[in-house]
Design a protein around this ligand. Structure first.
Ligand code: ZN
Ligand code: ZN
Ligand code: ZN
Ligand code: ZN
Ligand code: ZN
Ligand code: ZN
Ligand code: ZN
Ligand code: ZN
Length: 409
């Protein structure tokens, strides 16, 4: 008894977020408890970020891990010591004199581009849709958090976050991660187009810059995403992997698959397109619809238009393995027959028993019947109505007006 208690404590201690309340399900969830291989709460089936946990340090760790061992490591290190006021982890507080009063205005962002020019940072954020601006404590900050979780799954980068990989799968995954860091991963840079022109002109004197108004010969550039012109004096996003001849409006720096703003400007560039981490992964490997991990084994199941680890094609309610079993799809989740009968099946209006998933049934409005002579029959003369014309009045069926009159009278 004592030992059991002790062990439980230890397990809970290691489980990040354990016991946190679910913000979506409120008291319907007893507190976050990680499922043993799905990336969701065992109690309410929501994700960790739907629960009341502070993700800051976890996010910093995750992003750190993503850029570990890449040529961007130096960049990240530089960002942290650049003397940007109040910069700690992702948080930035910017204080500027208010243009209209004698006071100063101070805004805290959960994340802001690591640029020394505070006015440029503020303008960059103003150019984002209001509901996506990462102002601390706002809807935009919640959006960023949710996208951090969605776009950059930890289990796409870190074999230790995956469930029971074989040594061969670990090796495959390491090769995949190496490839993605070498070929695709990057962070956007925020710059003024005219600054970039100057930067690219490089050592060849500043002659081209003097004029300022369209003298460069290249003309105004257009956004790689929306093709509309970029404005001088407005910040643009550049991506080293794409080449500095391409640029984006801040609000246009989005994933080509989910169209979401690339969280913290972390991108994956492939064949002329910008991806978030999740959709880059999906473009390279099948993803298991059970555990959400990329599949690195050659053997997997394809069912219902989705991919599954062999051992993860399981009932969403009780986790029993479904290979070779009867199952029913409920909201894109496979459910075993016993769970279906218990939790989802409709009841036959006539015999009051649950209708098996494979049974023939007749539905009319909110009512359902076994398509059998015993259940789907006239309430007057008991004639079987399968394949016949019928009238339905509340939960009664009739073959004719005569039978209806007889019963309803
Ligand atoms: Zn929940
Ligand atoms: Zn929960
Ligand atoms: Zn654009
Ligand atoms: Zn995406
Ligand atoms: Zn899986
Ligand atoms: Zn089940
Ligand atoms: Zn029935
Ligand atoms: Zn009848």
């Amino acid at each position: 008894m004592e030992i059991e208690k002790e062990m439980k404590k230890v397990t809970l201690g290691h489980e990040f977020g354990a016991g946190a309340a679910c913000l979506k399900c409120k008291d319907k969830c007893e507190g976050f408890e990680l499922h043993f291989w799905r990336k969701i709460c065992r109690n309410c089936k929501c994700g960790l970020t739907e629960h009341n946990v502070s993700m800051n340090s976890e996010e910093n760790k995750k992003v750190g891990k993503l850029f570990e061992d890449t040529k961007y490591t130096g960049l990240i290190a530089k960002l942290k010591t650049d003397g940007i006021p109040g910069y700690q982890g992702n948080m930035v507080t910017i204080t500027l004199p208010s243009p209209t009063t004698a006071y100063t205005v101070s805004v805290t962002y959960e994340w802001a581009p690591p640029v020394a020019n505070k006015h440029l940072v503020m303008r960059y954020i103003e150019l984002l849709p209001p509901e996506k601006r990462p102002v601390a404590g706002s809807e935009g900050a919640a959006y960023r958090r949710q996208q951090m979780d969605r776009q950059l799954p930890e289990h796409d980068q870190d074999p230790s976050k995956c469930h029971e990989l074989s040594p061969a799968e670990v090796k495959q995954m390491q090769q995949y991660v190496r490839k993605c860091k070498d070929e695709a991963l990057g962070v956007g840079d925020v710059m003024l187009p005219e600054e970039m022109a100057q930067f690219q002109a490089g050592g060849q004197g500043a002659a081209a810059v003097g004029g300022g108004s369209g003298g460069s010969g290249l003309g105004p550039k257009s956004c790689h995403h929306c093709k509309k012109p970029m404005l001088l004096g407005e910040p643009a996003v550049y991506a080293e992997r794409a080449g500095y001849d391409k640029l984006w409006h801040p609000a246009c720096f989005v994933c080509c698959t989910c169209s979401e703003l690339l969280v913290d400007m972390i991108y994956f560039w492939k064949k002329g397109q910008m991806y978030c981490g999740r959709h880059y992964g999906d473009s390279e490997k099948p993803r298991c619809a059970g555990c959400d991990e990329l599949i690195f084994s050659n053997e997997y199941t394809q069912a219902e238009g989705q991919n599954w680890h062999l051992k993860h094609f399981c009932c969403f309610d009780c986790d029993c393995i479904l290979a070779g079993e009867t199952y029913v799809m409920e909201k894109d989740k496979p459910i075993c027959k016993p769970c279906y009968m218990k939790n989802y099946a409709v009841k036959c209006t006539s015999c009051q028993k649950a209708v098996e998933p494979e049974a023939q049934r007749v539905s009319y409005g909110e009512h359902h019947w076994h398509a059998e002579p015993d259940c789907f029959r006239c309430s007057g003369c008991t004639k079987c109505l399968v394949g016949q014309r019928f009238m339905a009045v509340k939960n009664c069926l009739f073959c004719s007006v005569e039978c209806k009159k007889k019963v309803m009278a």
